[in-house]
Structures are given as C-alpha cells and as structure tokens.
Design a protein around this ligand. Structure first.
Ligand code: ADP
Ligand code: ASP
Ligand code: MG
Length: 414
C-alpha cells in the first residue's frame, strides 16, 4: 500500500464541477489500495480576489491580517473537497495548518517552514481517512496564521510528502506536465517526460510557474519523487528526477519568461571600493532578493549600476535605493517597473559551449535588444523590453526545439 500526496491547483478545484472531478480521481486512487493525502489550493482567482479586497480597504494592509484573509481560500477548497468525498461515502477529514502542525517563521506572506509534526495526519490516515490539507498556509510560534508565498501550495504538498516519507508527490494542474516552454505562449512546446531537479529548479526560478521553485528545492533535498500531471486528462505527466549521465547529452530542456521583474539604475555612482556593499547591504537586510546586476562606466567617469528585483519588491527597493543614493552622492535613480527576463535552461550546458551565442544570435536576428545578461551553470538569462518577452520565448524555442534546429531535447520528449 503506497502513501501518495496529491496536490490540486486553483484551476483543478476552480468550480463545483471541478471539485467533483478531483474527488473522483481521489476515489480511484483510494480504490486502488493507496493511502492519500490531498493538498488543495484556493479556487482559481480566489487568492487574487482576497488580496484585492484587502487593498480596497487599506493602502498598506498589515501582513498579519492579510495572511488571515488570503489563507481562507484554501480553507474553503479543503472543506468542499472533504464534503464531496464524504458524500461519495469516503471517509475524509480536512486539516488546516494548525491541525497539520505546519510551523513556520513569522515572515507573513513569505513564511519559511520550520517543522511539520505529522502524527495527527498519520493517525487520521490510520483511521481510514483521506486527509484533505489546506495548502499555502502555516502557523508561527505565536499561533498566528502565515502564508508561504504565492504558488506555495506546491510547497505544502512536497513538505508533507517529505515529512510523511510518502512514496510520491503528484502535482495536478491545468497542463499535462512540464513543457519545453509555457504552452500558452508557445503553442508548439513539447511535454517532457522527465526533467532533473536542477533544471526544474532553474525553470521554476525563472518564470515557469508550473512548479513553485521552493517546492522543487525541497523535493530535491529530501529526494521526494515528484510528478507534474493534468487533472483534466489521464495522460502521463512529467517526472522530476535526479540527473544521470545520459541527460548531459541534452543541451536545452526549456525556455522561460518572467514578466515580474523590475529594473533599477543608480546613475553616476563613484567608482571606489565599498559602494556596492553600501547599496546592496540594506537591500539584502530588507529581505529583497536581487537577481541580476550590471555595472558600466557612465559619461562622467563614474559608473551606472543596474539591477533587477521582483516587481512586488520594487516599492521597498526604491525607497531604500533613493535613500542610499543621497548618502553616497549618486547622481540619480531610474527604474522600469516591468521588464522581461527570458531564460534558456539545460543541464547539458555544463559540458557544451555555444548555447549563449546561439541565444544572442537568435534574439538579434529578430531585432530584440538585450539589456542585461546573467548565467548560471545550467541557465542563461537575458532581460529584454517587456513588449518583446513572448516573441523572445518563441524565437528561442524555435532556435533550440524548432524543426530547423539540431535535435536538442532527446531526453524525455513525449
Ligand atoms: P496551479 O493553479 O495548478 O498551481 P499554475 O497556474 O500555478 O497552476 O501553473 C500551471 C501553469 O504554468 C500552466 O497553465 C502554464 O501556463 C504555466 N507554465 C509556465 N511555464 C510552463 C512550462 N514550462 N510547462 C508547463 N506549464 C508552464
Ligand atoms: N492560492 C495560493 C496562490 O494563489 C497558493 C497556490 O495556489 O499555490 O498563490
Ligand atoms: Mg501553481
């Protein structure tokens, strides 16, 4: 008898009909003899609706109350699914964060999981129940409700799977798995039957929201067998796996687009040691993650420093940078609220050169200007004007996966 964690995302539980379909899928798994913990997201659009309600009542709603509010979407879905399962004659019990004993730190809106005590979940399973857990939420050491960040029901699922030592964690969503690019942007994207944890981590971290990045990190650390598949069909999905030698022959696994980046430039910064630390120290202290950084000489012999942050962090980052700019005598601060980051990811880049050149050439051929570049061992990212973001993804997909390109995605092609 296997223990399986199944997570259903917003679209998968987006209506009464969809909840009935999910209950049916859970029933099949249980009838197959497996024990099931289901993790649910809020119904599609609900979390956004709740955030917008809060912002209509206060310009700067308190993080604590915001979490009390936005965590309710998952409570509704968990109860509805448990009600449906019970109506089908299946013993089911819904669990919220305090019942899951999912403890987090007190960073509202982006809390980190500290521990999960699964004894109560195991007891409910032993009593023959299907456990339906609310995703996305946690409880801090003061008993306050926290949330784990947008898209983090995936993280709840993987964390529960790790804590329960589940046989696998299945992430059900509205596409049939992980594709070579977002299928809504790139109609000829192909489904991958397998992808490595590292590649998935880079894809997720650079805009492929099909899996939340922290969930992949946790799955890798605890070796949780992770699958992405559709709740709308019975087609086999994508397995996230450890890298093996055969995979290195694959150059590129996917192309991503992240439209949630902002760009800040400090102009006329004096060129002397210690200034970068003066700028990025306070930004790091505020918990803001800086993604890309470039520095180049400006006209007056000083330098311009440009970097990107998540769009949601822009107001806080600007407040800090404006203050620092005065302190260090920089001549000004400019920003672009939305830029696009396109990335090409593949573990074959560890051993093969030339991907960057192909990427830049393909973008140049379409007249797309590259504003910033960053690389990791298995990823190359470029910042481009947001109006060219989708075009850039299609151009790069054609370059690396198109009919005219050398076949680069042998691994896991479906
Ligand atoms: P859920 O609500 O189930 O958590 P999400 O909206 O968070 O679903 O993630 C699924 C979406 O991710 C898909 O609808 C798709 O548009 C998008 N996506 C982006 N990149 C990829 C990719 N490489 N492969 C599959 N889906 C992707
Ligand atoms: N409901 C939350 C969100 O929309 C968490 C999730 O869906 O994973 O971000
Ligand atoms: Mg999601």
């Amino acid at each position: 008898m296997a223990l399986i964690v199944q997570k259903y995302g917003g679209t998968s539980v987006g209506s009464i009909e969809r909840i009935k379909a999910v209950a049916e899928r859970v029933r099949k798994t249980v009838l197959g003899g497996d024990r099931v913990v289901v993790v649910v997201s809020a119904m599609a659009g609900e979390t956004d609706r709740l955030f917008s309600l809060a912002s209509q009542l206060g310009t700067n709603p308190s993080p604590r109350e915001t979490d009390v509010l936005v965590s309710t979407g998952e409570q509704v879905s968990a109860a509805l699914l448990a009600i449906r399962l019970q109506a089908m004659g299946l013993p089911a019990v819904s669990f919220l964060a305090h019942q899951l004993r999912l403890r987090t730190d007190s960073n509202h809106g982006r809390a980190k999981i500290r521990s999960i005590d699964v004894r109560r979940v195991l007891q409910a399973l032993d009593e023959g129940n299907i456990v339906v857990a609310a995703g996305y939420q946690g409880i801090d050491s003061h008993g306050n409700i926290t949330t784990l960040g947008r898209g983090a029901s995936d993280l709840t699922a993987v964390a529960l799977a790790a804590a329960l030592r589940a046989d696998r964690c299945e992430i059900y969503t509205d596409v049939e798995g992980v594709f070579t690019a977002d299928p809504t942007i790139c109609p000829n994207a192909r489904k991958l039957s397998r992808i490595t944890y590292d590649e998935m981590l880079e894809l997720a971290g650079s805009g492929a929201k099909v899996l939340q990045a922290r969930s992949v990190e946790l799955a890798k650390r605890y070796k949780v067998p992770l699958m992405v598949l559709s709740s709308f069909s019975d087609t086999p999905g994508t397995m996230v796996v450890e890298e093996n030698e055969a995979m290195e022959s694959v150059l590129v696994s996917g192309v991503t687009l992240d439209r949630n980046q902002s760009k800040i430039t400090l102009t006329g910064v004096e060129d002397r040691p210690g200034l970068a630390a003066k700028i990025f120290g306070p930004i790091a202290a505020a918990g803001i993650v800086v993604d890309m950084i470039i520095q180049n000489a400006s006209a007056d012999g000083r330098t311009d420093l440009t970097f990107t942050v998540a769009r949601s962090d822009l107001p806080r980052a600007l407040a800090i940078v404006n203050e620092v700019a005065v302190q260090i005598g920089a001549s000004g601060v400019r920003f672009e609220e939305q830029v696009a980051k396109v990335s090409v990811v593949g573990c074959g880049m560890r051993t093969h050169a030339g991907v960057a050149a192909r990427m830049f050439e393909a973008l140049a051929k379409e007249g797309i200007n590259i504003e910033m570049i960053a690389t990791s061992e298995i990823k190359i990212s470029a910042v481009v004007n947001v109006k060219y973001g989708e075009l850039a993804v299609r151009v790069l997909h054609e370059e690396f996966f198109g009919t005219g390109s050398p076949k680069t995605a042998q691994k896991g092609d479906a």
